[in-house]
Design a protein around this ligand. Structure first.
Ligand code: 9D3
Length: 267
């Protein structure tokens, strides 16, 4: 799969692509990723990429010309893109479903915004979609671009060595993960749950399933609707709900979340 990433901080993006699963897949040739310096597509002596906003106001806006020129040069050198992603805080929140959809494409162009914004004509005539990675303010689209490249790349066959891990991620049907333990079985007096060291694989499967439902109910109850719970699991969720004081539930729905003590306390 091919990615072309356009940014005014190519070193920042390159450093994020060098290590880990993505770095290895790049070396092996599974991923063909080119990082482009937006300033290389300017035509003035000072390589200016931004300008003041029409209508006035604070901050600078990324100029259209270098971004149009970059997209055109990439199409010519590297072939047409299947999608041009504009990383922007005003974009659609990125999800695993987006990662999956994009992983079926052959060639993605990713444009990183900076400054207060980007000329609207880039949005309208260059980008095919606008993506945010969440509701917090970053300094630019570089880290979001790395997030998208990572999430998409690990769905490309062969990029993640252990295909079972990728499978397991999709197999959890939208529940949070169950707790994990490794040796030693007792550490500073804290013991691993007996069932996990029992060797009863049926019981272990059931315990993990229940703990995944428990965590999801406590931390991300809105995910339960899409998780396709069976009758047993529904009964378990009701049991959990009835075991929690109404005031804690009210706090949780008011967005106060759960204290670690609450998260821990199932009993
Ligand atoms: C008040 C206007 N600000 C929007 C919240 C302006 C603004 C802030 C930060 C414009 C651009 C940026 C830089 N951020 C990104 O380019 C960005 C981003 C982000 O800040 N959060 C989550 N996802 C993304 S994707 C690109």
């Amino acid at each position: 799969m091919r990615f072309d990433i356009v940014t005014i901080f190519p070193e920042m993006v390159e450093s994020g692509l060098a290590a880990g699963v993505v770095g290895r897949a790049r070396q092996s040739g599974l991923l063909d990723i080119v990082v482009h310096n937006l300033r290389d597509f300017t035509t003035d002596r000072h390589r200016v990429v931004d300008d003041v906003p029409f209508g006035g106001g604070p901050g600078m806006v990324l100029k259209p010309e270098p971004l149009f020129a970059a997209a055109e040069a990439i199409a010519e050198r590297r072939g047409p893109a299947d999608a041009v992603l504009l990383m922007s805080p005003a974009g659609k929140p990125f999800t695993q479903a987006d990662a999956k959809r994009l992983s079926y494409l052959e060639h993605l162009v990713v444009l990183c915004g900076r400054y207060e914004g980007i000329d609207e004509r880039v949005r309208e005539h260059v980008a095919t979609e606008e993506i945010s990675i969440g509701d917090y303010v970053l300094s630019g689209g570089e880290m979001p671009a790395l997030v998208v490249v990572d999430a998409v790349s690990r769905l490309v066959p062969g990029v993640v060595g252990d295909a079972q891990s990728v499978e397991a991620d999709s197999f959890t049907r939208g529940l949070l993960d169950h707790p994990h333990y490794t040796r030693p079985a007792e550490f500073r007096g804290h013991r691993v749950p007996d069932v996990l060291v029992s060797g009863h694989h049926g019981e272990i499967r059931k315990w993990r399933q229940r703990e995944a439902v428990r965590r999801t109910a406590q931390r991300r109850p809105e995910l339960l609707a899409g998780a396709g719970l069976d009758a047993d699991e529904h009964a378990f969720v009701r049991e959990l709900r009835d075991s929690v004081p109404a005031c804690a539930q009210a706090k949780a729905s008011a967005g106060e979340g759960c204290s670690p003590a609450r998260i821990k306390g199932s009993e």
